[in-house]
Design a protein around this ligand. Structure first.
Ligand code: FES
Length: 140
């Protein structure tokens, strides 16, 4: 049985934007909101070369990585063909406008995945008392 942790209000996430949720161990989790107010959560690390997906462009149920434009499907965390690879997906639910993530998954999934050693993705994962921050939606 899941133990859910309150993260933020759906309205705290910009439409077509994201928030990053810091964890005690492991890289941040990126929580996305699309134009239909659907919410998704994946590790903030592109399966290609570790780009910060939280800074990508959200469209439909996908995000385009800001580094090399791979499309990652947010429902399963997998790259759209012809690209290959998946990022860790996290369970999330929205109840009464509040976004929840699974407490056990936050504490255990992908905690051994490391940030890239250089590049924009290397700046994610900062810990501190700010447990998340806002990534503004990108405009074309
Ligand atoms: S790091 Fe994301 S597409 Fe290359």
């Amino acid at each position: 049985m899941s133990e859910w942790k309150k993260i933020c209000l759906v309205n705290d996430i910009p439409v077509l934007g994201s928030r990053r949720v810091a964890r005690e161990r492991g890289m941040d989790v990126a929580v996305f909101r699309n134009s239909e107010d659907q919410v998704f959560a994946v590790l903030d690390r592109c399966p290609h070369k570790g780009g910060p997906l939280s800074q990508g462009i959200v469209f439909g149920t996908s995000v385009a990585c800001p580094l090399h434009n791979w499309t990652i499907e947010l429902e399963d965390g997998c790259a759209r063909a012809p690209d290959e690879g998946c990022v860790q997906k996290f369970s999330c639910k929205v109840e009464a406008g509040i976004v929840h993530l699974d407490h056990t998954e936050l504490a255990t999934l992908a905690i051994d995945v490391t940030p890239p050693r250089a590049g924009p993705g290397s700046t994610t994962g900062a810990l501190g008392d700010a447990s998340f921050d806002v990534q503004a939606p990108h405009t074309a």
